[in-house]
Ligand binder design. Structure first.
Ligand SMILES: O=C(O)CCCC[C@@H]1SC[C@@H]2NC(=O)N[C@@H]21
Length: 175
């Protein structure tokens, strides 16, 4: 299988995970499965293919494919910054994984936490700018409600890594 297939597969996985979405009362940002997908895609595909995967996801979604959270598309959502953050997170966790940051549970957990922090570092200021919220309000609406869920999704991504490695290695064998 070619890199392009892996890149498109990662984008599709993120698009599917985005449809697992639960609204958060009082916040324009839902709980979604995207963080699981972005962290898994980055760590398993590596920096370039992982970031390319999330870039395809972002660009195709902005162009009109309804695969952002809750079937949305385009550039109007105040949560779009998180998608950009996922692109950067995939690049960073992918680079770290290639340097051995996925070789034991503690390092992998640290990599997932860093990846999640990057998603918020882009998503929360974007949310504030897009809605007119103060940064404090954006943290309350766009970070605090998600911490426990994101920790669970990061743990799930860690658990899914061995299967992802097998799929990616199997795909590479077929080149
Ligand atoms: O509009 C989109 O497609 C992006 C939605 C982003 C949801 C963010 S990602 C970090 C945090 N964790 C969640 O489960 N939801 C928010």
């Amino acid at each position: 299988m070619k890199d392009a297939t892996l890149v498109l597969g990662g984008a599709a996985l993120t698009g599917i995970a985005a449809q697992i979405a639960v609204p958060v009362p009082g916040s324009p940002v839902p709980v979604t499965g995207q963080t699981f997908a972005a962290l898994l895609v980055g760590t398993s595909l590596g920096a370039y293919r992982g970031a390319a995967s999330l870039a395809v996801y972002a660009v195709v979604g902005m162009a009109g494919m309804p695969w952002f959270a809750q079937g949305k598309a385009g550039m109007g959502a105040p949560s779009l910054g998180y998608v950009f953050g996922m692109m950067l997170a995939a690049l960073v966790v992918g680079a770290l994984a290639r340097r051995g940051a996925d070789r034991n549970v503690v390092r992998t957990a640290g990599t997932m936490v860093l990846g999640s922090a990057i998603i918020y570092a882009v998503g929360v200021p974007y949310l504030a700018a897009a809605t007119g919220m103060s940064l404090t309000e954006a943290v309350a609406a766009g970070l605090t409600p998600f911490l426990i869920g994101d920790a669970l999704k990061a743990a799930l991504a860690m658990g899914a890594l061995p299967l992802a490695w097998k799929l990616v290695d199997g795909a590479a064998d077929k080149r």
